[in-house]
Design a protein around this ligand. Structure first.
Ligand code: SIN
Length: 300
């Protein structure tokens, strides 16, 4: 069978199907469970410098084509998270700690304190005041935050980018200039839903971030734009729920993919995607390297 193991973004991964940052990465036990189920690496829920309860409920609602969430970055703060990362690392797969802050110094403070195999900088949450895309939509800020974390940590730094921008490539170039080991594209699309009986916005925060199959074409286009121009690898995320989706994302130029919303169907999704990808490569007599960025080389 073709090998699925890769070196991407400064990490050795047994396969390119990773757990995306989100609610399943809040505990060491759930990180281990994803690893045991076949994830090649796991990304934690985003942690910040102080405990946060998150936005008032409802925080999540199913909409056509996916989920709309406004969790509001709930977390116990990095001071209470090292043991979860350590437990996750005992599973044997790389643990990538997702972190957020409101300034380069705050990001750096967290990165200095936590031990993980890599950091993923959340510069893209679309619904938390002073955090996420409020910083990450400015290339200069992406560059400053990435540079500050690079100086504070001696592990690879991945930068998760927002699609809520006119030009995601500018953000990717800024991350690359500052020494990022990879960019991750994309976080959720800013969105909302309204209850037509009452007129109330459904989410407690009024608006949130859309994930799931509805955003996959946006993610594929973003990965394509980034991967065809950047020298650092791109990790693709957004609406991947099958091996076919993973193949498409890798053809767009992703070195690895992350799975989030599709975990609604259970942890078995990691193995299902990895096996399907491996069978596809065998059937086509291709390697992962042959597949990566294939779409750039195709001319109509
Ligand atoms: C959240 O916890 O609020 C979601 C994180 C994100 O969208 O980046």
């Amino acid at each position: 069978m073709p090998s699925l193991s890769i070196h991407a973004g400064g990490l050795d991964l047994a396969n390119p199907v990773l757990l995306a940052a989100g609610i399943l990465g809040t505990t060491g036990a759930s990180l281990c469970r994803a690893a045991r189920a076949g994830a090649g690496g796991v990304v934690t829920k985003s942690v910040g410098s102080t405990p946060r309860e998150g936005h008032p409920g409802p925080c999540i609602v199913a909409v056509q084509g996916g989920l709309l969430n406004a969790m509001g970055l709930p977390n116990p703060s990095y001071r209470h998270f090292q043991e979860e990362i350590d437990a996750g690392r005992r599973s044997g797969v790389p643990v990538i700690a997702s972190i957020f802050g409101s300034s380069p110094a705050e990001f750096a403070q967290i990165a200095r304190a936590l031990q993980a195999d890599a950091f993923e900088l959340n510069l893209s949450c679309p619904h938390a005041e002073k955090y996420g895309s409020e910083l990450g939509r400015y290339p200069d800020m992406v560059e400053s935050v990435t540079g500050a974390v690079k100086a504070a940590a001696d592990v690879p730094v991945w930068v998760k980018l927002t699609p809520n921008t006119a030009d995601i490539l500018e953000l990717g170039l800024a991350a690359q200039r500052a020494g990022a080991s990879a960019v991750v594209a994309i976080n959720t699309l800013k969105a909302m839903a309204i209850d037509i009986e009452t007129g109330y916005p459904i989410l407690g925060n009024r608006f949130g971030g859309l994930s799931g199959p509805a955003i996959k074409p946006v993610a594929v286009r973003s990965v394509y734009d980034l991967a065809s121009q950047l020298e650092i690898p791109v990790i693709g995320v957004g609406g991947i729920s099958s091996w076919e989706d993973a193949v498409e994302m890798i053809m767009a130029g992703a070195k690895a993919v992350q799975v989030g919303t599709a975990l609604q169907e259970g942890y078995g999704i990691f193995e299902k995607i990895a096996l399907g990808l491996q069978n596809y490569l065998e059937r086509k007599s291709m390697t992962l390297e042959d597949l990566c960025g294939l779409a750039w080389r195709m001319q109509h």
